[in-house]
Design a protein around this ligand. Structure first.
Ligand SMILES: [Zn+2]
Length: 131
């Protein structure tokens, strides 16, 4: 079975970030279409899954990689924002978050240290905030 899969995927592109995104988009889209009762568009999520499978088994690795790079150019900043939001939620009891008045970078400072002078590591701006 393992050898069968190895032989099947030899010389083919395989899974990537865009493929994973296509799976999620088709799942969310099929839920939305079901909730809205738009049965005539029910094939759309399956078309996205078919595209994902086509890309995975494609032998044109250069073209698939280029598509994935183009996708990541748009998606990477969004993924960073989501990760930062999650980290902020996770650390909200132990740290406070401030926006640097100089460059708008979000800075993380431990809570309960009184008024602190904060120096931005990116632009060097100094400001005082109560932690
Ligand atoms: Zn700054």
């Amino acid at each position: 079975m393992r050898n069968f899969l190895i032989n099947l995927m030899r010389g083919r592109y395989g899974p990537d970030n865009l493929g994973t995104a296509l799976i999620f988009i088709s799942l969310i889209l099929s839920l939305i279409l079901r909730v809205l009762g738009l049965g005539m568009l029910a094939a759309l999520p399956y078309a996205l899954l078919a595209l994902m499978i086509f890309r995975m088994f494609s032998r044109n690795i250069t073209a698939r990689r280029r598509e994935n790079d183009r996708f990541l150019r748009y998606y990477a900043p969004i993924r960073t924002k989501i990760k930062n939001r999650v980290a902020r939620l996770r650390d909200r009891k132990t740290h406070k978050f401030f926006t640097c008045p100089g460059c708008r970078k979000t800075l993380r400072v431990p809570r309960g240290r009184g008024a602190l002078q904060i120096t931005c590591p990116r632009c060097g701006e100094r400001f005082v905030r109560k932690t």
